[in-house]
Write a protein that binds this ligand. Structure first.
Ligand code: PHE
Length: 341
């Protein structure tokens, strides 16, 4: 039986050297030295031997078992290391590869300008009043002193809905009537920003939709000098202190008197350049004293109240600020344009 034991150990040892995987090693362990392994079984049969041979056999069997166990441990480690090497090689990660860029959104240039304009007016005590994009002919024209068929309507080609009394607002001025009707008899200091729509040929200078920021102040004793002072204060904040401005007489049906405001071209300082079309001035807004009829339509008695209003185009402000020469870029959604801001 001792010989049998030696042979068994020898076979086990030879087999062990040939194994290459963790699974095979486990199987080998089970077959020889596990609880039901051949060597373990043999050790249990020690009782079949004559009493005097038992110690020698038992000692040898235990010794062999320990040796095999040690050999097994060692082999397991080598195999595991090899397997690890393989996995690493297979799943190798090239940490020198450049990362994927995370593209970050940014504000549209119009949004930038609008926020800047809101901030300045807020600092000057003007609240934002949100009016609506879809208006009635009455609000957009009639109550603003454009009688039906009045030629001034031609200045603002209109998108009508299937109902000819309902249209897309051509300017933010109808909001004036809405604020007045809501706020009467309080004094009013508001700006009314929003999208406007005009049924025009799209060119580098005109789009069919664009923003306007309307302003309205109503109260007792408001004068043209208040209009001038407020707008000069605003332009100083937007374009920098001390930039010269001028007011030119103009006409709008809903203001009387009416004016347009120019700021001295900040590119050429009034010398004349391509941006200001060689006149040295840039037109930035329309304004005027609220027409008595409009005050009345808003519910305010024009003998007790007066007011001023103005309307500016933020796209134009943005174009001048960044030297953008074509208004179509604003709605072109071309990233090459948008990413520059
Ligand atoms: N609503 C005018 C326009 O669209 C601008 C304006 C607003 C003029 C308020 C005077 C007063 O051209």
């Amino acid at each position: 039986m001792l010989n049998q034991l030696e042979t068994l150990a020898k076979t086990a040892r030879t087999e062990l050297t040939q194994l290459g995987t963790g699974d095979a090693l486990d199987a080998w362990h089970g077959q020889y030295i596990g609880r039901k392994g051949e060597l373990t079984q043999m050790l249990r049969r020690v009782g079949e031997l004559p009493r005097e041979e038992r110690p020698v056999f038992g000692q040898r069997a235990n010794q062999l078992r320990q040796e095999l166990e040690a050999a097994y441990e060692q082999k397991t480690q080598t195999v595991k290391a090899a397997e690890m090497e393989q996995t690493l090689a297979k799943d190798a990660l090239d940490v020198t590869l450049p990362g994927r860029p995370v593209s970050q959104g940014r504000l549209h240039p119009s949004t930038h300008t609008l926020r800047r304009i809101y901030q300045i007016w807020a600092d000057m005590g003007f609240q934002i009043f949100r009016s609506r994009d879809v208006e009635t002919d009455e609000m957009n024209f009639q109550l603003l002193n454009f009688p039906p068929h009045h030629p001034a309507r031609e200045m603002q080609d209109t998108f009508y809905t299937t109902n000819p009394d309902v249209l897309l607002r051509t300017h933010t001025s109808p909001g004036q009537i809405r604020v007045m009707r809501e706020r009467y008899p309080e004094s009013i200091r508001v700006i009314l920003p929003g999208m406007c729509y005009r049924h025009e040929q799209i060119t580098a200078r005109s789009e069919i939709q664009f923003y306007q920021v309307e302003g309205l102040a109503v109260g007792p004793g408001i004068r043209f000098s208040d209009l001038k002072g407020t707008l000069i204060n605003f332009t100083n904040r937007l374009y920098g202190e001390g930039r010269p401005v001028r007011f030119r007489a103009s006409h709008f049906p809903f203001t009387e008197p009416s004016a347009e405001m120019d700021v001295q071209c900040f590119l050429c300082d009034g010398q004349g350049c391509r941006i200001c079309k060689y006149v040295g001035w840039l037109e930035i807004l329309g304004c005027g004293m609220v027409h008595p009829n409009v005050l009345r339509n808003g519910g305010y008695d024009p003998t007790k109240y007066s007011g001023f209003a103005f309307g500016m185009g933020p796209e134009r402000v943005t174009m001048l600020r960044h030297g953008i020469e074509d208004i179509r870029y604003f709605w072109g959604n071309d990233l090459r344009f948008l990413e520059q801001f």
